[in-house]
Design a protein around this ligand. Structure first.
Ligand SMILES: [Fe+2]
Ligand SMILES: [Fe+2]
Length: 228
């Protein structure tokens, strides 16, 4: 595997800083490192990607995640706060102002809901790599970690339209998380991810991951019903 850590000694420093800020399983350092690796895979298929922007952006993209999760007011957006937090870190590591702005842009636009769309190729790649991490075998494993934390059941065969009426607000928020399950999350959100990606390579990888997930939930349902 291509060893990106060796490209710049500052990447290890960033890793240490990020590790201190991340606090739980679904958004741990492993997620960050997977996003770095996937970003590099996607970058190989695109022209003119600046790895000196993409790698630091991927390393720092979720640095503010904890603050959003612990925020009871619901006003903190980790993409926006993360971009703010990244600036002094990068400055300390002697990044030039122009690079800092470009890295901040990537971090700010890596999230669906932040209102900033990814514009540069580096921002699009980071967005795609981050979204790919919630689907496929990885997405299943990661979703069940979260489901365990929230005390969710393993599976629900509730009708999706009824569920939308009963437990999902108009802007897509789950009202009672204990009624939510990973297969419902797949039906409501995860299976739509491929349409929202930017790069052709990410769309291709996403399609494969979604068909794997469909198969997994089919098998799970059959096993639960004693049919397999
Ligand atoms: Fe994020
Ligand atoms: Fe992320």
């Amino acid at each position: 595997m291509f060893s990106w850590e060796k490209l710049d000694p500052r990447y290890l420093k960033m890793q240490e800083i990020v590790q201190q800020e991340l606090s739980y399983a679904a958004h741990d350092l492993d997620h960050v490192l997977r996003v770095v690796e996937m970003s590099l895979t996607l970058a190989q298929k695109e022209k003119g990607v600046d790895l000196a922007i993409l790698i630091p952006a991927a390393l720092l993209h979720d640095i503010a995640r904890r603050y959003e999760d612990e925020d009871e007011t619901g006003t903190i957006d980790h993409a926006l706060l993360g971009a703010e937090m990244a600036a002094p870190i990068l400055k300390d590591l002697a990044y030039e102002q122009q690079s800092i702005w470009e890295i901040q842009d990537c971090i700010r636009s890596h999230r669906f809901r932040s209102g900033f769309l990814p514009k540069s190729i580096e921002a699009k790649i980071l967005f795609d790599a981050d979204k790919l991490d919630v689907i496929g075998a990885l997405g299943i494993a990661r979703s069940y970690i979260l489901a365990g934390i929230h005390g969710e059941r393993m599976y629900s065969d509730v009708n999706i339209e009824d569920y939308l009426q009963d437990n999902v607000t108009e802007n897509g928020r789950i009202i009672d998380v204990s009624k939510h399950t990973v297969n419902l999350e797949f039906e409501l959100k995860l299976k739509k991810i491929p349409e929202r990606l930017y790069t052709a390579e990410a769309k291709k990888i996403a399609a494969g991951r979604i068909s794997f997930m469909k198969y997994f939930f089919e098998v799970l349902e059959q096993e639960i019903k004693g049919e397999r």
